[in-house]
Design a protein around this ligand. Structure first.
Ligand code: AMP
Length: 208
């Protein structure tokens, strides 16, 4: 699932994964967990994440390769936050070479909406879950909500710049594939979810 920061990829990936009974794999969540656990990858990633830039391709590719080797991905998976560069997309193609086709969903949202969403977004201080707008406590574990380190105005602008430079070219990379679909992410959550589900079904054709 492709899309800029704030497009709702996390929420939508979660819904799609639940609907299809496959794991959701979020590289942002995996990195935040590594940061919280204080692993070497987490320590290296934290400094980069706090600036809004991207963690190196080699680290990201090996994290995802290792994750996709786990058996729970055998029936499929929803990958979110990866790929973010053309080098990552090329590596992903080789990882899924012998699997069903890779469906690519690009969630499109205008920049003004992204800035507003990111500057008001809160996550759980304990489990990292992204909250729904207006919530005061985590819906998953009941802990207080906080702003993500990288959701402050200055870092948001940098993340959107990095997205335009590094990740926008992915649309060109995938656009001509028969399994590529664009979805309007600037609608109520359920409408976006319905469009994504229809897009996945049409991209997979007879191979559900
Ligand atoms: P996200 O939660 O997807 O917005 O990711 C938060 C931060 O984690 C990003 O701003 C990057 O610093 C880092 N990150 C997550 N996924 C990747 C990736 N595929 N490649 C490089 N950096 C990533």
């Amino acid at each position: 699932m492709l899309g800029p920061p704030g497009a709702g990829k996390g929420t939508q990936a979660e819904k799609l994964a639940r609907a299809r009974g496959v794991p959701r794999i979020s590289t942002g969540d995996m990195l935040r967990e590594a940061v919280q656990a204080g692993t070497p990858v987490g320590r290296a990633a934290k400094a980069v994440m706090d600036t809004g830039r991207l963690v190196g391709d080699d680290i990201m590719i090996s994290i995802v390769r290792e994750r996709l080797e786990r058996r729970d991905t055998e029936e499929g998976f929803v990958l979110e936050g990866f790929p973010r560069t053309v080098a990552q997309a090329e590596a992903l193609d080789t990882m899924v070479d012998d699997r069903a086709p890779l469906v690519v969903i690009d969630v499109e949202v205008p920049e003004e909406t992204l800035v507003l969403r990111l500057s008001t977004r809160l996550i759980c201080s304990s489990c990292g879950w992204t909250s729904t707008p207006g919530a005061t406590m985590c819906a998953r574990c009941g802990s207080p909500l906080v702003q993500r380190n990288d959701d402050n105005a200055e870092i948001v602008r940098e993340r959107l710049r990095v997205y335009g430079r590094e990740s926008q070219p992915l649309v060109d990379f995938y656009q001509r594939r028969r399994t590529f679909r664009s979805v309007d992410g600037d609608q109520p959550q359920d409408a976006v979810a319905a469009d994504i589900s229809a897009a996945v079904a049409s991209a997979l054709g007879g191979r559900q």
